[in-house]
Design a protein around this ligand. Structure first.
Ligand code: SF4
Length: 223
């Protein structure tokens, strides 16, 4: 690791990032990560989900590289990785189908980990973990701090109240935990009328389900 590999990276305004991330997960935009020359997420043994509607991506990925996506309806596939853990569409250090890359890649943003406090714990993903821990958000206003706390509380929620999560929602990996936290965090935001301040609250099962239903009707699948 060089000094540069340790250097902090500006992640921008926390609220602006969170709003963009929610739009991207809802299918209303893309992540806008200042990746520089980083290709950590393309070289970390990740399966990339591709939906049946993603005809531009599917037309450019050789069919022998695609496999039926587990626990998903027919037509949903995943793109695997090579013996080095690299995406096979990564050629000479760059995405060979960048303009037509799958939705999963368009919405991936390793800033979800520092934003939610979720640790990348897969040893195949150390490069992502190293990149993720370098980001620094600007959390300027008090309301931004409460929103940040709500997001982190949501990221820990399944550890102690998984029983309140609807069936099939309990996250199976760090990325799913971080994305679930983004979807759930609004249920953890409340307002204290006495102090007239936003506060973090512990939601009940109905609030969680209402937030999830609203967002899940629009969200893109995560790896
Ligand atoms: S790990 Fe993060 S910075 Fe690196 S390529 Fe992926 S999204 Fe970009």
């Amino acid at each position: 690791m060089t000094d540069d590999d340790d250097q902090a990276l500006p992640a921008g305004s926390f609220s602006t990032w969170l709003a963009g991330m929610k739009r991207a997960l809802g299918g209303e935009g893309e992540s806008d990560v200042p990746c520089g020359g980083c290709t950590a997420c393309c070289t970390s043994s990740q399966f990339v989900h591709v939906g049946p509607d993603e005809t531009e991506a599917l037309a450019r990925i050789p069919t022998e590289l695609l496999f039926p996506a587990p626990r998903m309806p027919s037509g949903h596939v995943v793109l695997g990785y090579d013996e080095n853990g690299h995406c096979p569409m990564l050629v000479d250090g760059a995405c060979s189908i960048y303009e037509h890359r799958p939705r999963t890649c368009r919405t991936y943003d390793c800033r979800v980990f520092p934003a939610t406090g979720v640790e990348v714990d897969d040893e195949d993903q150390l490069a992502i973990a190293n990149r993720a821990r370098r980001w620094r958000f600007d959390v300027a206003a008090e309301s931004e701090g409460v929103e940040h706390d709500a997001l982190r509380a949501a990221a820990r929620f399944d550890r102690w109240r998984a029983d309140l999560l609807p069936e099939g929602v309990v996250p199976a990996n760090a990325t799913q935990r971080a994305v679930l936290a983004i979807e759930l965090h609004e249920a953890f935001l409340g307002h204290d009328d006495v102090t007239d301040r936003d506060v973090v609250v512990i939601p009940d099962a109905e609030s969680i389900e209402a937030v999830l239903n609203e967002r899940r009707s629009r969200r893109a699948p995560t790896p």
